[in-house]
Design a protein around this ligand. Structure first.
Ligand code: FAD
Length: 814
C-alpha cells in the first residue's frame, strides 16, 4: 500500500473502455498526474462481454465525429502502444428495405463524405458482390461502410491502459471509489486503500454511473437494458469461402429487422435489438446488485425468436450452424440513448463520461472529448448531443426506464424531422394546455414541456404513421401554411411554456454581463439579443436580455438550454450578484402579426403599445400583470406576453376572445420554424453552436469592438484580421420533395464548400430556405451552389445579407 497515490490532478472512477480512453487522452494532453480507479479488474462492467462492433454510421454529426475518430485511433493504437489487438476492418453492409431508409443512407453518405469518409450506396445487385450469402429480393439497397469492423473490447481497453501508463498515468485495480467529499477547492476520493486528493473527478462508471453520481448528490438520468447476442459454431461453407478470399464477411446490419450479424471466426454472432425488450434493475423487486463484475443475465431466447428466424431467412447459411453460446449483458441507456460526456451538472470540477450504449465504438472519441472538457473547458466539436446538461432534472426513474426501452426497441429506427416519439410525454404542461389541445394542437416535447407543433384541422391525419416521412408535405403542411399566412396577414398566437429565465441583480450586474457578451447591454427599458462566446470566439449561447433597472437584467433563453445556460452564467457570477432561476414561475404567449396591436387593444391591455421594437413594458391584461416584450421571432409586429403561471389562462382567454374576430389563430412550432428561417433567425444548437465563431455566424453586428474586453474578444479580433474562413448565409433552394436537413453538404465546382444548419419551407416567400455556412469567398449574394439533399444535388442561390422576408424589418417596427 506504500505507493498508493494520495494525490492526483484527476481521478477517474471506472476502468471500462471509456475510462481507459479518458485516462489515455488526458495523458496524451500532458495531464499524466491522473489516477484511474477500478473496483474490480479492468473491463469488469459492460466492456468485457461487448460484441465489439465499431461502426462509423450515425445520423448525428457529433456522434459520427466521435465514431470516425475512434476507428482511426484503433487502427494505429496497437502499434503506438505496442499491444497487438484483434481489430478487423471488414467493412459493413447496412440493408435498406424502403425508400425512406435509402434516403437516410444517402444523407449519412453525404455527412460521411464531408467528414472524409467514402461511404457508398449499393444497389440490390451490388450487395451480393460484397456479401454473397444474402437473400436480396426484397431489398431497396444498402449502405456500404468500408471503415466498419470489430475489435476485441478487452484488448482495446488494455491497450489504452498500457498507453496511459507508459505516459505516466496510474491505474489502481480492485480499488472502488466508496465516497467523495469536497475540502476547499479539492476533492477527496475515498477508497478502501486510502484517500486521494485531487482537483477533478470523472464518473466513468458505466452502468454503475447512477450509484457513483449519488456520491456527488446527483440524480443521474439513466436505466439499464439487457442486450443479448448469440454465437454460432463454425460453418464449413463459410470457412472455405473465407479462406478462399482471404478475409471475413463484412458486418451485416438489417436495420429494418433490427439486428446485426457478424462473422465470428468461421461462425456468426447475431445481435438483435428486440421489441418488446427487457429492462433490468428498474423496480424494487429487482434491485441492482452491489457488484455484478464479469457477470451476465440468464439467457432469454424466446424474445429473440422472430429475429433469429428473420436472420436465417436473410442469410440461409446461418441455418446450418449450431448455437453455442448466448451473452446477455447490461447496457446503460440515457432517455435519448446518447451518452453523458461533459461537466457534471451542479457540481464543481466534476465530469461525466458514462452511460454508453455503444461504448466500444465511441470510447476513442469519447476519451478525446472528455480530455478536452477537463483540460481546456471546451471541446473541438460541438458535443451538445452528449452534454449531461441537456437533461434538466425532470427525468425521474420511471421516465428513464420508459424512454430507455423506447430507444432500445427502436435502436435502428429512422428519425424523421416531423416525427415525435410517443413515450414519456406530458411531463410538463402549460397552464393552457387543455385549451390549446382543444384547438387541435399536435404536441412535441421541449425540455419536457409539451408545445404545439401544429394545429390539426378537421380531417387532417394525426397518426404517428403519417409522420414517418422525409417529405415536406405531410398532413401538417396545409395547416402550417394557414398558420403562417395568418401570422402574415392578421395575427397568430403561440403558447410557449418553458422559456428559461434568469434574473440577475446587484451592483455591478451590468458590468459583469458586459464582460460576458460580445455586444452592448441594452439601456433600461430596452431589450436585445446577446451572444456569449468562449475563449476561442465560438458561439456558446444566445439569450434575450431585458434591462429591467440600472442593476437588474432578465435573461431569457431556450427551454432546452436551462441547465447549460444557468451553469454558464453561474461559472463567472461574482459574489455580490444574485441569479434567480424564474423558469417555472412564468409562461409566455407569442402574439405576432400586423394586427397584434389591435388584438391587444381589443383585449383591454393596459400598457403603452406605442413603445418601439426591442423595448419591454409592464402592463395588465384581464386584470393580471404581464410583461410585454416587443420582439417577434416570426418577424412580424408582435409582443411576447409573459405572465405568471396562475395568471396565464385568464390572459390567454382574454387575448383569444378579443382576437378571434380579428382573425387571430393559434400557430405551432413548425410554423415558427418556417417564419424564422425566412428572417434568417438562428436557432440554438442548430445554426448557433461551438462549431462556429461569432464572426462565422454572421453576428458581427452584435459585437461591440469598442468594449475594453469581453470573453472571446482577442480570438475574434485575430480572426477578423486573418479573415473569416466561412460565413453564415441564407440560401433559396430548388429542392424536390424534401427540405435540406441539418448538415446537408454544399457543393461548388465539384468540391464541398459548406453545410446547411437549417432548412425549411418558407410559406411567406413560397420557397425552400436553408441557413448554412459557406466558404467565405463564395458567400456573396447571387452565387449559385448546390445543396445535397438525400443524395440529390439541388440548385441553390446565396441571398442578400438581409432577411428574405421584410428585409428592412419594417413590419417588425410597425
Ligand atoms: C451484449 C452486449 C454487446 C455489446 N456490443 C457492443 C458493440 O458491439 N459495440 C459497442 O460499441 N458497444 C457494445 N456494447 C456496449 C458496450 O459494452 C458499453 O457501451 C461499453 O462497454 C461501456 O464502457 P464503459 O467504460 O462506459 O463502461 P463499463 O465497461 O461498464 O465500465 C465501467 C467500470 O466502472 C467500474 N466501477 C463501477 N463503480 C465503480 C466504483 N465505485 N469505483 C471504481 N470502479 C467502479 C466497473 O467495475 C466497470 O469496470 C454491448 C453491450 C452488451 C451488453
Amino acid at each position: 500500500m506504500a505507493d498508493f497515490p494520495t494525490s492526483a490532478r484527476v481521478v477517474i472512477i471506472g476502468g471500462g473502455a471509456v475510462g481507459a480512453s479518458s485516462l489515455y487522452h488526458l495523458a496524451k494532453a500532458g495531464w499524466t498526474d491522473c489516477v484511474l480507479l477500478e473496483k474490480n479488474e479492468l473491463t469488469a462492467g459492460s466492456t468485457w462481454h461487448a460484441a465489439g462492433n465499431v461502426p462509423t454510421f450515425s445520423s448525428s454529426w457529433s456522434i459520427m465525429n466521435m465514431q470516425r475518430y475512434s476507428a482511426q485511433l484503433y487502427r494505429g493504437l496497437g502499434e503506438a502502444v505496442d499491444y497487438p489487438m484483434n481489430y478487423h476492418v471488414t467493412g459493413s453492409v447496412r440493408l435498406g428495405h424502403s425508400r425512406e431508409r435509402l434516403q437516410e443512407f444517402k444523407r449519412v453518405v453525404g455527412m460521411g463524405r464531408y467528414q472524409g469518409m467514402d461511404l457508398d450506396i449499393l444497389s440490390p445487385d451490388e450487395i451480393r458482390s460484397r456479401y454473397p450469402f444474402l437473400e436480396t429480393h426484397d431489398l431497396a439497397g444498402a449502405l456500404y461502410d468500408p471503415y466498419d469492423g470489430d475489435i476485441d473490447p478487452a484488448q482495446l481497453t488494455q491497450a489504452l491502459a498500457k498507453g496511459a501508463r507508459q505516459m505516466g498515468a496510474r491505474i489502481e485495480r480492485f480499488c472502488p471509489a466508496t465516497g467523495v467529499r469536497r475540502e476547499g477547492d479539492e476533492w477527496v476520493v475515498e477508497t478502501p486503500k486510502g484517500e486521494i486528493r485531487c482537483e477533478i473527478v470523472v464518473n466513468a462508471a458505466g452502468y454503475y454511473a447512477r450509484e457513483v453520481a449519488k456520491m456527488f448528490g446527483r440524480d443521474l438520468p439513466m436505466m439499464v437494458m439487457s442486450h443479448q447476442y448469440l454465437l454460432f459454431d463454425t460453418i464449413p461453407e463459410l470457412e472455405s469461402w473465407s479462406k478462399g478470399v482471404g478475409h471475413k464477411l463484412p458486418l451485416l446490419r438489417d436495420v429494418d429487422s433490427s439486428y446485426y450479424l457478424r462473422q465470428e471466426k468461421y461462425g456468426f454472432n447475431l445481435g438483435p435489438y428486440e421489441n418488446p425488450c427487457r429492462a433490468h434493475w428498474a423496480s424494487p423487486d429487482d434491485p441492482m446488485p452491489e457488484d455484478f463484475s464479469f457477470q451476465l443475465f440468464p439467457d432469454d431466447l424466446e424474445r429473440l425468436e422472430w429475429h433469429i428466424n428473420d436472420a436465417m431467412a436473410r442469410v440461409p447459411l446461418l441455418g446450418q450452424a449450431n448455437l453455442t453460446k448466448v451473452i446477455n449483458g447490461p447496457i446503460p441507456y440515457t432517455p435519448d440513448g446518447n451518452p453523458l460526456i461533459g461537466p457534471m451538472p451542479g457540481v464543481p470540477n466534476a465530469f461525466e463520461a458514462c452511460v454508453f450504449t455503444f461504448g466500444i465504438c465511441q470510447a476513442g472519441g469519447a476519451g478525446k472529448v472528455l480530455a478536452e472538457w477537463v483540460t481546456e473547458g471546451a471541446t473541438e466539436w460541438d458535443m451538445w448531443s452528449c452534454d449531461p446538461r441537456r437533461f434538466t432534472g425532470f427525468e425521474d426513474p420511471q421516465y428513464c426506464v420508459e424512454k430507455g426501452m423506447e430507444v432500445y426497441g427502436h435502436e435502428y429506427a429512422i428519425h424523421f424531422p416531423h416525427h415525435v416519439w410517443p413515450v414519456g410525454r406530458g411531463k410538463k404542461l402549460s397552464a393552457v394546455h387543455d385549451r390549446v389541445a382543444a384547438l387541435g394542437a399536435q404536441f412535441g416535447p421541449y425540455n419536457g414541456w409539451e408545445r404545439a407543433l401544429w394545429y390539426a384541422r378537421e380531417g387532417d391525419d394525426t397518426s404517428e404513421a403519417a409522420q414517418r416521412t422525409w417529405e415536406r408535405e405531410g398532413p401538417w403542411f396545409g395547416a402550417v401554411r394557414e398558420e403562417c399566412l395568418a401570422v402574415r396577414d392578421a395575427c397568430g398566437i403561440l403558447d410557449l411554456p418553458g422559456f428559461s429565465r434568469f434574473r440577475v441583480t446587484g451592483a455591478g450586474a451590468v458590468a459583469w454581463l458586459s464582460a460576458q457578451i460580445t455586444g452592448k447591454v441594452p439601456a433600461v427599458g430596452r431589450l436585445g439579443l446577446a451572444y456569449f462566446a468562449d475563449g476561442k470566439g465560438r458561439i456558446v449561447t444566445e439569450m434575450s436580455v431585458a434591462r429591467i433597472a440600472e442593476d437588474e437584467v432578465l435573461l431569457i433563453t431556450a427551454a432546452t438550454a436551462q441547465m447549460h445556460d444557468k451553469e454558464w452564467l453561474l461559472s463567472t457570477l461574482p459574489d455580490g450578484l444574485t441569479l434567480v432561476d424564474e423558469t417555472d414561475g412564468w409562461s409566455t404567449q407569442i402574439l405576432t402579426g400586423p394586427l397584434a396591436r389591435e388584438v391587444l387593444v381589443a383585449a383591454g391591455c393596459e400598457a403603452d403599445l406605442g413603445k418601439p421594437w426591442l423595448t419591454w413594458s409592464e402592463g395588465r391584461i384581464a386584470g393580471r400583470s404581464v410583461l410585454l416584450m416587443r420582439v417577434s421571432f416570426a418577424g412580424e409586429l408582435g409582443w411576447e406576453i409573459h405572465s405568471r403561471v396562475p395568471d396565464t389562462p385568464a390572459v390567454f382567454d382574454a387575448v383569444m376572445a378579443a382576437g378571434r374576430p380579428l382573425g387571430l389563430r393559434p400557430f405551432g412550432m413548425f410554423a415558427l420554424n418556417s417564419l424564422r428561417v425566412e428572417k434568417g433567425y438562428r436557432a440554438w444548437k442548430g445554426d448557433l453552436s461551438t462549431d462556429y465563431t461569432v464572426l462565422q455566424g454572421g453576428l458581427e453586428r452584435f459585437v461591440d469592438w469598442s468594449k475594453p474586453d469581453f470573453r472571446g474578444k482577442a480570438a475574434l479580433e485575430a480572426e477578423r484580421q486573418r479573415g473569416v474562413a466561412k460565413r453564415f448565409v441564407t440560401l433559396t433552394v430548388e429542392a424536390g420533395e424534401c427540405d435540406p436537413p441539418y448538415m446537408s453538404t454544399l457543393w461548388h465546382d465539384g468540391a464541398v464548400v459548406g453545410e446547411t444548419t437549417s432548412g425549411y419551407f418558407g410559406h411567406r416567400v413560397g420557397k425552400v430556405v436553408a441557413l448554412g455556412m459557406l466558404r467565405a469567398d463564395l458567400a456573396v449574394p447571387g452565387t449559385v451552389v448546390e445543396v445535397e439533399v438525400f443524395g440529390e444535388r439541388c440548385r441553390a442561390v446565396v441571398c442578400e445579407d438581409a432577411p428574405l422576408w421584410d428585409a428592412k424589418n419594417e413590419r417588425l417596427r410597425a
